[in-house]
Design a protein around this ligand. Structure first.
Ligand code: FAD
Length: 459
């Protein structure tokens, strides 16, 4: 893309257009995953739907490559294309809560922390992911799961409507009543169908929850996983607990004697009655005596940002995922081997529950196609040092390759790694793929929105 086009864009659009010559360019192209170092030709920060409509029209009419940035958290860096134009929604971080209707309308570039903070003032929340800087955009469009999922479902189960700028530059609102097919596709189909300028969510009464962490020595990982695979699915919906293999971080609340040790554990969130919380956690001694067990009542937004400092923006990341409906004995052996082999301190494996309320909707009710999954697993190779990038990537890929045969075959679309194939996208959507491809043809026949886990328009 030449400088003349960038200049023409500056004339045509209202807001700033940030190009490689501008002092803010390097900051503007920085994303969460520092392993991705792409140089777009221009970044266009948008303040409202009108800005987005103009930008889409300009990019399409000039045959330019388009990407959309929500929170900039995707592992493969889908919000940046080399020599293309990024529509940057980060100026659109507004949230409007309606405490009477118990809904929140949220700008397409907001982060989870923006939504959690605004809703918390009214004692309300909706399910979202576990890091507060994640964009609501990419997370919601992929499905969205987190601490409230066993109780209130996926993020998309709580999506009431979405304002969307389509490939032809027009603006529509999709909901159960309008553009139903588009609304169906947006709930799990990723950024394939347009730029979502705002999301409206159903909120639930959530204020203070009990956050907890239980850690066991790695010698017990087999016993712990055998216990966890039976315990968690039969636990009340108020109890959420994701399993982790990790290196214990060197700081509070962990006692010094376990700092730096490889361990396995469960990170808990209890949304039920605070008076019966001890009963909820009584079973944690069943598989083996824990090396560490901690629970504390916390405001929900504090829980949502617990890990923000541990894994800030700017680390090297490579991840891969899969869905699991069971944890086989073979899978337990693979976990034991690779958690023992964690190469550097931030590398981790998580099994996030998506059962209970997460399974309530039907398989074909929306694009999310794994209602029979119990866990959404992710293996994260993470390190601050670019020199370790290949080491952590290799660990994640090797681990995934041995674990994959024990999975359901497909992954949460937001946990697909860089360079995974088109077949993996198809496996993500299973029986819903063909309908998604039809809807893609209706709304984006020329595949303008392809910087994503791409669903190709049906022929
Ligand atoms: P971006 O990189 O900005 O966008 C990702 C994709 O979505 C791109 O294709 C982009 O074009 C598209 N997109 C974003 N916003 C819009 C929009 N408004 N309109 C149209 N398209 C848009 N996921 C969970 O469900 N639960 C978790 O607990 C969880 N934890 C995570 C923890 C970490 C540390 C990280 C890095 C990720 C985690 N994720 C989790 C995955 C997360 O959901 C995805 O990375 C998601 O893509 C992030 O969205 P984003 O808007 O920040 O990303």
């Amino acid at each position: 893309m030449d400088g003349t086009t960038v200049e023409a864009m500056r004339t045509a659009l209202r807001g700033p257009v940030i190009g490689p010559q501008d002092p803010e360019y390097d900051e503007a192209r920085k994303i969460y995953n520092a392993m991705i170092d792409r140089r777009p030709a221009a970044i266009v920060p948008c303040r409202d739907a009108g800005d987005v409509m103009n930008a889409v029209d300009f990019i399409r009419d000039h045959g330019l490559e388009l990407a959309v940035r929500g929170g900039g958290h995707s592992g493969p860096g889908l919000c940046l294309v080399e020599d293309g134009v990024t529509i940057d929604l980060s100026p659109m971080r507004w949230v409007r809560v309606d405490p009477v209707a118990k809904t929140a309308q949220v700008g397409g570039g907001a982060q989870l922390g923006d939504l959690d903070h605004a809703a918390h003032a009214f004692g309300l929340a909706t399910p979202g992911g576990i890091i507060s800087t994640t964009g609501v955009g990419g997370l919601t469009l992929g499905g969205g799961h987190g601490y409230l999922t066993r109780k209130y479902g996926l993020t998309v189960d709580n999506l009431l409507s979405a304002d969307v700028v389509l490939a032809d530059g027009s603006f529509v609102t999709a909901s159960e009543d309008d553009h139903q097919d588009l609304f169906w596709a947006l709930r799990g189909g990723g950024g394939n169908f347009g730029v979502v300028t705002s999301f409206t969510y159903r909120l639930h009464p959530v204020h203070t929850v009990v956050f907890g962490v239980t850690l066991w020595s790695l010698d017990s990982i087999g016993d712990v996983l055998q216990w966890y695979r039976d315990f968690l699915p039969s636990a009340p919906e108020d109890l959420y607990g994701f399993f982790a293999g990790l290196v214990v971080p060197p700081g509070p609340p962990f006692p010094e004697e376990i700092h730096g040790r490889k361990m396995c554990g469960v990170v808990w969130c209890w949304t039920g009655d605070l008076d019966v919380v001890d009963k909820a956690f009584a079973a944690v001694t069943d598989p083996a005596p824990p090396a560490f067990h901690f629970t504390a009542p916390l405001p929900y937004p504090a829980v949502q940002s617990t890990f923000d400092e541990l894994i800030p923006t700017g680390l090297q990341w490579y991840w891969r995922g899969d869905f699991f409906d069971r944890i086989t004995d073979g899978a337990i052996d693979v976990h034991a081997k690779y958690v023992e082999g964690i190469p550097t301190d931030l590398c981790t494996m998580h099994l996030y529950p998506v059962d209970a309320a997460g399974q309530r909707a039907g398989q074909g009710d929306m694009a999310w196609a794994y209602r029979d999954a119990v866990w959404s697993g992710v293996i994260g190779g993470i390190d601050p040092d670019p020199a370790n990038a290949e080491t952590v990537r290799r660990w994640a890929v090797d681990y995934w390759e041995e674990l994959h045969p024990h999975s359901m075959g497909g992954a949460y679309v937001n946990f697909l790694g860089a360079g995974e194939s088109q077949d993996r996208v198809k496996t993500t959507y299973r029986g819903n793929y063909d309908r998604l491809a039809q809807i893609k043809r209706t709304y984006d026949a020329d595949n303008l929105f392809h910087a994503n886990q791409n669903i190709r328009p049906a022929q």
